[in-house]
Design a protein around this ligand. Structure first.
Ligand code: SF4
Length: 307
């Protein structure tokens, strides 16, 4: 089967940076990714929200590189400081094989982490995998800095959108993630994702089969940004399930920003939980603030490819 979407890498506009470089000719830009996607880790993951992890795990594929440069990146070993010796360059056929392997291992879904800069490669991979028997939902697990046009182009390929809405404040987005238009872009992204899949639908066991689940990683000392993010999501629909994440850990370049160089405390977290409740969200996933390490994979310790 021929690949359809990857041809668009000839002038890359995968994401809102619109670099227009020729990735097929090996040119690299902000995301440091060329024609082939780089996979840093693939395996069953049990630390996602219950409808995603279920009982048998989420078939998670972590892509190296990123179109954001978050100072506090919780996955910085693979997003910004990856070493080519620890990642696998994969063409869409290889990614499709990985998806089928994870399905065979019992995954409830295929969970694509940091897909925004490899959206065309994964679209081709999904087409190939579906053709070879992939029948579990595909989850698009992004940082929210996506191209609305690219999302429209892949309509029908993604079953579950799971964006992390990080900011509704461009000054913070520029300072911490190098994306000064994030707050202008993300409402349209969320609207498009919601338009495609609607709210979250689950099976009889409570495992997600379709829809959207929005995450928000609470940063220390920035409650107003968190309130604006929650408000924006609620204004689209309070039927959108929200996961309010307390796991923030100051690492990577967070030490350069004293205001975020600490963990969040219970008071600031539960204040936001109450605020989210006041906005009328029907489903709110919260984390026990004492279990802040729960979702953090250590990419230096884990074998990169496992079941
Ligand atoms: S995916 Fe990478 S090369 Fe393409 S527009 Fe975004 S940052 Fe630029």
């Amino acid at each position: 089967m021929r690949v359809f979407f990857s041809k668009r890498l000839v002038s890359c506009e995968c994401c809102p940076r619109h670099c227009k470089i020729n990735r097929l000719a090996g040119e690299l830009s902000f995301c440091r990714t060329g024609a082939k996607a780089m996979v840093a880790h693939a395996g069953l993951h049990y630390g996602e929200e219950p409808p995603i992890s279920g009982t048998t795990g989420s078939g998670t594929i972590f892509f190296a590189g990123c179109n954001l440069r978050c100072a506090f990146c919780q996955n910085w070993q693979i997003s910004q400081r990856f070493d080519k010796s620890t990642v696998r360059e994969m063409n869409p056929g290889d990614i499709a094989d990985e998806m089928l392997r994870l399905q065979e291992a019992g995954a409830h879904n295929i969970n694509l982490v940091s897909p925004s800069h490899v959206v065309w490669q994964i679209a081709d991979a999904i087409l190939l995998a579906r053709n070879q028997g992939l029948n579990i939902p595909v989850v698009y697990n992004s940082g929210g800095y996506d191209s609305v046009e690219a999302l429209r182009a892949i309509t029908g390929l993604i079953d579950i959108y799971m964006p992390d809405i990080k900011y509704m404040d461009n000054t913070l987005a520029k300072k911490f993630s190098g994306a000064g238009d994030y707050a202008d872009i993300v409402p349209g992204v969320l609207e498009e994702m919601f338009r495609q899949t609607g709210s979250l639908e689950t099976d009889a066991e409570g495992v997600a089969i379709k829809g959207i689940l929005v995450r928000h990683l609470v940063l220390p000392g920035h409650p107003e940004n968190s309130r604006k993010c929650l408000g924006m999501i609620a204004s689209l629909s309070p039927a959108i399930p929200v996961s309010l994440m307390s796991q923030y850990t100051p690492q990577f370049r967070a030490a350069n920003h004293p205001e975020i160089n600490r963990r969040i405390n219970a008071e600031e977290y539960y204040e936001l939980v109450d605020y989210a409740g006041s906005l009328g969200f029907k489903t709110l996933f919260t984390q026990d603030i004492s279990s802040q390490d729960h979702y953090l994979p250590d990419f230096e310790k884990n074998s990169p490819f496992e079941n």
